[in-house]
Design a protein around this ligand. Structure first.
Ligand code: 3HC
Length: 692
C-alpha cells in the first residue's frame, strides 16, 4: 500500500486515511492509491463500509496545482471520483479543515458526508483559470440547485461547512477527531441511522433563467476572462444524463487548461507563496505585541489601522495636536469601514479605540514599542532627524522601520547607532486594505529583523516581498520607468484617454493617467523634482504633468488633473490637450496615431525592461518576486501572471526586437538589459530563473 493512503480495519469498517502533507493535495500518487484502495476494498466481501478522512490539518486541498499544464497521469481525478461513487460498498467521508476544488469533488463522489464545524469548502478553480473538473459542476447542481452551484463555481467563494449544510452539499456538521468521526459515521451507516445515496442518481432541477442571467452578467462584467463563461456552460450540462455531463465538463476543463489565462493565474497563486522563500527564513523573528507609528497622515493612519486589526497595541505619534486628532479620526473611520464590511464586530472596534490605541505628541511615548514604523514626510532630512531621535527613545531590540517609498534606507539606518535594527516596510495606500508590503533590506539589516518584517506581514495578512535598496525599490522604480513610456506616447500622439483605454483593455483596472490623478499628481512631481539634479542630459523629459501641478491641479483631490472630475464622472481635461500641443510645438513633434496594440506593446515593453534590470541587479530575489509586487500592489491583471511571466509568453527575442526598434527614436530610454539579451541569444526564460 502506498503510504499516502493508509487503511485501518475495524470489524466490517475500512478506515481510509489520506496522508499527503502539507495539504493532502490530490497529486498522482494519491489518486493511484485512493482509486486502487477503494477498488480493492469494494471487492473485499468482509468490508461493509469504506470511510475516508484526512490526516493533518485538512481533508483534501484540491488537485495538485503543480501538475497543471503537464500531461495528465491517469487515473485523473474525475475517474477517481467515479470509482468512489460507483463502488457497491458505501463510501463515506468525514471532512475537516478544507475540502476545496478536487477535495470537495472527492467528498461529493462519496455516498454521505459529515463536516467538522468551520470546515472551509468551495470551488476555487475559477481563480486558477479553470473549472471544477472532477464532477463538481455536475454534482453540486444536483445537490444544491443551479443558482447556488453557479454562485459557488463562478465566484470561487470559500464557504464554511455551516453554509454548505444549508445548501445540501454536506449532510451534517459534527465535531470530533477525524478518525473517530469517520468510524462513528461508518457505524451509523451499518446501524441505518446515516443514509447513503449516489449523487449521480439525483436529477438537476432545471433553471434556464438562472443560467441565462449568469451568462449575461458575466458577458457584461467579465468579458475579458475565459473560465467563468466555461463554468456556466459546464453547469448547464448538469441537465444532461450524468455521464454525458461529465464528458462535457471534461471537454470544457481541457479548454481552460489550455488557455494562457490558466498559466497566468496559477503563476499568481505560486507567486504569493514563492515570495516567502527568503535567505533569512531560518532566522527567528523578534516578538511583536506593540507597535508605534510616526505620522498620522493617510498612510500612518492606515498602517496603524492594519496593526490594530491584527491585534497589536498601537501608539500613534504626530507633531501637532490637530494632525493627531485627524489621524485618530481617520483610524476610527477605517475601523468603521471594517465593521460595515463584516470584518470586525462593533465591540472589538470600541475596544481597539479605547484600549489598544494611544495617541501622543511625544516620540518618547514609543519607548516600549516592539516595532516602530515611521510614515512621516518623504524627505531625507526629516527621516534622519526622526531616526536619530528613535535611536535615543526606542528600547533595545525594537525594530525601526521606515515606510519610505523611494529613499535610501542605508542613509536612514546611518542616522542611528543600531543600523542592524533598521529596515524599510513600504506599505501601499490604503495601508489597511492593500495586500502588498515591500520589505526593504538595507546593507546592515540583521536577518532576524528581516524575519520579523515577514512575520509581521503575515500577521497583517499581507504579502511581503523582499527588496534591496534602490530609488523606488521594486515597485515604484519600475513604475517610474513605464510612466515615462506613457508620457512619451502622449507627447508623440496618443491622448491620455486613449492610453488609459488601451491599458485597461489589457486588463488593468485603471490606466496610468487615471492612477496618477487618483494618487495625486503632486507625489510624482515631488519625486521628479528630487531626481532633477541627477537626471541624465540625454533623457527625454515631458513637462505636461509638471505644468498641471504648477497650476494647482493635482488630480482627483483638486477636481482636475489629466481628467476633470464631476462627482463620479470624469472627462478629459481640455487644458491637458493645450499643454500637450504647446509642448509638441516647442519640441517640433508632429503627432502620429497609435493603435491600442502599439500602446500596450510600448508600455509593457518598458515595464519588462525595468523589471528585468531589477532582477539583474539583485534588487528582487527572483523574477516571480517582481511579478508579485506588480500583481498585489499595482493592479497588474492577475490572469496575465505579472510582467515577467508576461515577458515569457512574448519570448525574449520578441522583446529585444521591440526595444531595438523603439531605440531608433530614443536610444537613451530604450536599451536592452543584459539578462534579456542573453535569454534571446541562449533561449532562456524568466521561468528558468525562478526555478533556480
Ligand atoms: N496543489 C499543490 N500545492 C498546494 C496546493 C494544491 N492544491 N494547495 C497548497 N499547496 C502548497 C502551497 O503551494 C504551499 O507550498 P510551499 O510550502 O512549497 O510554498 C503549501 O502547500 C502550503 O500552502 P499555503 O502556504 O497556502 O498554506 P495555508 O495553510 O496558508 O493554506 C490552503 C492552505 C487553504 C489549502 C491553501 O494552500 C489553498 O487555498 N490552496 C489552494 C486550494 C485550491 O485552489 N484547490 C483547488 C485546486 S484546483 C482543482 O482541484 C481542480 C479540480 O477541480 C480538478
Amino acid at each position: 500500500m502506498n503510504d499516502v493512503v493508509q487503511v485501518e480495519r475495524v470489524g466490517q469498517v475500512a478506515l481510509v486515511r489520506i496522508d499527503n502533507p502539507p495539504v493532502n493535495a490530490a497529486g498522482h500518487a494519491l489518486r493511484v492509491a485512493l482509486s486502487d484502495t477503494v477498488r480493492a476494498l469494494d471487492a473485499d466481501p468482509s468490508v461493509a463500509v469504506i470511510a475516508l478522512y484526512g490526516a493533518g490539518g485538512s481533508f483534501i486541498a484540491g488537485a495538485d496545482i503543480r501538475e497543471f499544464g503537464k500531461p495528465v497521469q491517469e487515473p485523473w481525478l474525475p475517474r477517481v471520483c467515479n470509482t468512489l461513487e460507483t463502488s457497491t460498498t458505501p463510501v463515506i467521508a468525514y471532512v475537516h479543515g478544507v475540502a476545496l476544488g478536487g477535495g470537495l469533488e472527492v467528498a461529493l463522489g462519496c455516498h454521505a458526508r459529515i463536516a467538522a464545524p468551520g470546515t472551509m469548502v468551495g470551488f476555487p478553480e475559477v481563480t486558477l483559470g479553470i473549472l471544477p473538473g472532477a464532477g463538481g459542476t455536475q454534482r453540486a447542481p444536483r445537490l444544491a440547485g443551479i443558482p447556488a452551484a453557479l454562485d459557488l463555481i463562478v465566484t470561487g467563494r470559500r464557504i464554511p461547512a455551516e453554509e454548505a449544510l444549508t445548501l445540501g452539499l454536506v449532510d451534517r456538521i459534527e465535531a470530533g477527531e477525524p478518525r473517530d468521526m469517520a468510524l462513528g459515521m461508518a457505524e451509523e451507516v451499518l446501524g441505518g441511522t446515516l443514509p447513503t445515496r449516489r449523487v449521480r442518481d439525483i436529477e438537476t432541477t432545471p433553471d434556464d433563467a438562472a443560467l441565462e442571467a449568469k451568462a449575461a452578467e458575466l458577458r457584461a462584467t467579465q468579458a475579458h476572462l475565459f473560465s467563468p463563461h466555461k463554468c456556466v456552460e459546464a453547469v448547464a450540462a448538469s441537465l444532461l444524463p450524468i455521464d454525458e455531463g461529465l464528458a462535457r465538463e471534461r471537454a470544457l476543463y481541457d479548454e481552460c487548461i489550455a488557455s494562457p489565462q490558466r498559466a497566468g493565474l496559477i503563476h499568481a497563486f505560486f507567486a504569493e507563496r514563492a515570495v516567502t522563500k527568503i535567505p533569512e527564513a531560518s532566522a527567528t523573528p523578534r516578538a511583536v505585541t506593540s507597535a508605534g507609528v510616526i505620522g498620522a497622515g493617510t498612510m500612518g493612519s492606515g498602517i496603524a489601522t492594519a496593526m490594530l486589526l491584527a491585534g497589536l497595541s498601537v501608539t500613534l505619534v504626530e507633531r501637532d495636536a490637530a494632525g493627531l486628532e485627524r489621524g485618530m479620526a481617520t483610524i476610527a473611520a477605517n475601523l468603521d469601514g471594517a465593521v460595515k464590511r463584516g470584518k470586525l464586530t462593533a465591540d472589538k472596534r470600541a475596544a481597539m479605540l479605547s484600549s489598544a490605541l494611544t495617541g501622543s505628541l511625544d516620540m518618547g511615548a514609543l519607548g516600549q514599542a516592539d516595532v516602530i514604523v515611521e510614515a512621516a514626510f518623504e524627505d531625507m532630512g526629516v527621516k534622519e532627524e526622526i531616526f536619530g531621535t528613535l535611536d535615543r527613545v526606542a528600547k533595545p531590540g525594537a525594530v525601526l522601520a521606515s515606510n519610505t517609498s523611494y529613499l535610501d534606507v542605508n542613509r536612514i539606518a546611518a542616522a542611528t547607532a543600531r543600523p542592524g535594527d533598521v529596515i524599510g516596510l513600504h506599505f501601499f495606500s490604503p495601508a489597511h486594505v492593500m495586500r502588498l508590503l515591500e520589505v526593504v533590506v538595507a546593507d546592515a539589516t540583521a536577518p532576524e529583523v528581516v524575519a520579523t518584517g515577514f512575520a509581521l506581514a503575515k500577521r497583517l495578512r499581507k504579502i511581503a516581498v523582499r527588496s534591496g535598496v534602490c530609488d523606488g525599490f521594486i515597485g515604484n522604480r519600475i513604475m517610474m520607468h513605464y510612466r515615462k513610456a506613457a508620457d512619451y506616447l502622449m507627447l508623440d500622439g496618443a491622448s491620455p484617454a486613449e492610453i488609459d483605454a488601451a491599458i485597461e483593455g489589457f486588463g488593468f483596472a485603471m490606466g496610468p493617467f487615471s492612477v496618477m490623478d487618483l494618487a495625486g499628481l503632486d507625489i510624482g512631481w515631488a519625486s521628479r523634482k528630487r531626481q532633477a539634479p541627477t537626471r541624465p542630459a540625454a533623457e527625454r523629459y515631458v513637462h505636461v504633468a509638471d505644468r498641471l501641478c504648477e497650476g494647482g491641479n493635482f488630480g482627483r483631490k483638486t477636481g482636475a488633473g489629466f481628467y476633470i472630475y464631476d462627482g463620479r464622472d470624469k472627462r478629459p481635461n481640455p487644458e491637458v490637450a493645450r499643454l500637450i500641443e504647446a509642448e509638441r510645438a516647442e519640441a517640433g513633434i508632429t503627432p502620429r496615431s497609435f493603435t491600442p496594440e502599439e500602446i500596450v506593446a510600448r508600455y509593457m515593453t518598458a515595464m519588462i525592461v525595468e523589471a528585468a534590470r531589477v532582477v539583474e541587479e539583485g534588487i528582487a530575489l527572483r523574477p516571480i518576486d517582481v511579478d508579485a509586487v506588480k500583481l498585489f500592489g499595482y493592479g497588474f491583471p492577475r490572469f496575465r501572471g505579472g510582467p515577467l511571466h508576461h515577458a515569457d509568453t512574448l519570448g525574449a527575442a520578441e522583446i529585444v526586437a521591440r526595444i531595438e526598434h523603439y531605440a531608433a527614436e530614443d536610444a537613451h530610454y530604450w536599451q536592452v538589459p543584459e539578462v534579456l539579451r542573453r535569454m534571446a541569444a541562449e533561449g532562456g526564460s524568466f521561468a528558468v530563473l525562478n526555478a533556480r
